[in-house]
Design a protein around this ligand. Structure first.
Ligand code: BYC
Length: 476
């Protein structure tokens, strides 16, 4: 491909050069983005060279180029996947009509809200992870953290492009606001709950990449079905980057599980903490936390917002075009598990209003596949423990379960039982303190901290002891 213009200040494949007004507006936003990056992006390391992959084309083959870059010099740009010839809207009231090259006036507000919500998560995650570099378990992991961070920065660019290009003055104001909100800030928090939580240590980081980035996969996949063609193309390309973030999460947690098992075998004891590893019960509590806050990101079980977005042709289902039904869902039903009084019950509801739950179901099945892989590692070490996803109602703040206390095994429980057992189920302050004691940097090429196994292979065919981040020229 496909015409990525690297000569412009903003690399792009959307012919920015031919739209001087838009180009100027984005060039005005660019220094403010960089100011935000310097203030809220990775702390330290801004002057170090990092072995990063940069998008150079949106082709299936070879879109990435690897090389050393200082993060502030990363070529953040605007990349849309190739247009599909004669693409048609695949669902809702406009089924079969040509996809829209522009925003339909009547859907402006809903689309803007979806794009802003998506866009807000991207800088939020960079803010959440900004202190992690100082405690990296290896140069390999440090590089992966920074790769994730710069790509989240690029995903912000992707949404800001849509806001600037298709929403006029309102869009420009929203793009500014995306740089103003701050993760966890009392007065100007990020929009969605999980993006205001702390990511204080690398265990939380890997869990976040596994569970929360995976919400990103499902939300982007639904938006990729959108009738608004530029949104669809943007999300299609973002998904190729998102896959790496989930890989970082799954491998990261998997390597911690592996180390934990190795220590158990080596010392013939499951007191893994004594030997500098993270024990499986602690891992389970972190899973319970990150999974439950990520489940909230799908919204309420029954949602007219979701029904409207589908009917309008703005947000589809996961793999909409592969589904074998009428793609309108006017008469269809879908089983939804909700709280009903003091009980948990599964009822058929109109499928249109159940779209959040349906996407959550797809997500849950995907999470389970990761859990199964970690459990295989545990089993291979002859250890009789199984990690589990807690019940979908456990520790929820959004939707019907937000009003009750549900145990991990799916019982409605009293506040008193919750208070008595919460420490078994969710990370305790002592867990966090213990994990914090392990967070000491390992920065010599090829060295890995004692609580995590090395990965099976390095990046882009390079050995594990490659200097993935050059620390020789330190900042300040
Ligand atoms: N926290 O009808 P409801 C990613 C609000 S992650 C706070 O239940 P709806 C990434 C909701 O806004 C993917 N508020 O939900 C990952 C609404 O408020 P209003 C991000 C919440 O609208 C890692 C009210 O509750 N992308 O990319 O059907 C690193 C009732 O809403 C929450 C998207 O989310 C919450 N958890 O669905 C980096 C896609 N949940 O309007 C990046 C775009 C709900 O009444 N967003 N509310 O004031 C959407 O599609 C929808 O907005 C949601 C909610 C799925 C989030």
């Amino acid at each position: 491909m496909a015409g990525v213009d690297y000569l412009e200040r903003i690399p792009n494949n959307v012919n920015l050069r031919d739209d001087r007004r838009l180009l100027r507006a984005l060039e005005e936003w660019q220094p403010r983005f960089l100011d935000w990056w310097k203030e809220m992006g990775p702390e330290g390391f801004q002057a170090n060279e990092v072995y990063l992959r940069t998008a150079i084309s949106v082709d299936r083959d070879g879109w990435a180029q690897f090389g050393y870059v200082k993060m502030p010099d990363y070529r953040w740009g605007i990349f849309l996947a190739e247009p599909e010839a004669d693409r048609r809207i695949a669902f809702g009231d406009h089924l079969g009509k040509p996809a829209w090259p522009e925003v339909p006036g009547e859907y402006r507000g809903v689309l803007r809200r979806l794009i802003v919500t998506q866009g807000d998560t991207e800088p939020a995650s960079v803010e959440q992870q900004r202190h992690l570099g100082r405690t990296c378990p290896s140069l390999y992991d440090l590089r992966n953290l920074f790769q994730v961070n710069v790509e989240e920065g690029r995903h912000l660019w992707a949404m800001v492009y849509l806001l600037h290009a298709y929403f006029g003055r309102d869009g420009r104001e929203e793009a500014e606001a995306l740089l103003q909100r701050r993760s966890g800030d009392h007065d100007k928090p990020r929009i969605l709950g999980a993006f205001n939580e702390r990511t204080p240590d690398w265990l939380s980081f890997f869990m976040f990449c596994f569970f929360t980035d995976r919400d990103g996969k499902y939300q982007l996949a639904s938006l990729q079905e959108s009738g608004l063609d530029p949104l669809s193309r943007t999300c299609r390309f973002m998904l190729t980057e998102e896959a790496h973030h989930m890989f970082v999460g799954e491998m990261g947690v998997g390597r911690i599980v592996q180390k934990s098992c190795e220590l158990t075998r080596q010392h013939r004891s499951d007191d893994v903490r004594r030997h500098g590893g993270i024990d499986l019960p602690t891992m389970q509590r972190y899973i319970n936390f990150h999974y439950s806050v990520s489940l909230d990101l799908f919204g309420s079980e029954v949602s007219t917002n979701a029904a409207n977005a589908f009917t309008m042709g703005l947000k589809g289902r996961f793999e909409e075009t592969k589904k074998d039904d009428d793609h309108r869902l006017a008469d269809a039903t879908y089983p939804v598990t909700c709280l009903e009084g003091d009980c948990i019950a599964t009822r058929d509801v109109p499928a249109l209003t159940a779209l959040n739950e349906r996407l959550r179901d797809d997500y849950i099945a995907d999470c389970q596949r990761g859990i199964d892989r970690w459990n295989r590692t545990i089993k291979e070490h002859g250890i009789d423990v199984e990690l589990r996803l807690p019940h979908r109602g456990f520790h929820r703040a959004i939707g019907s379960f937000g009003e009750a206390r549900i145990s991990p095994d799916g019982r409605v429980i009293t506040e008193a039982e919750w208070d008595a057992r919460r420490r078994e189920w969710l990370p305790t302050p002592e867990d966090a303190q213990f994990v914090a004691t392990l967070m000491r940097p390992a920065v010599e090429p090829g060295r890995f901290a004692g609580w995590i196994a090395p990965p099976a292979r390095g990046i882009n065919g390079l050995p594990l002891d490659h200097e993935y981040v050059r620390l020789t020229r330190k900042e300040g």
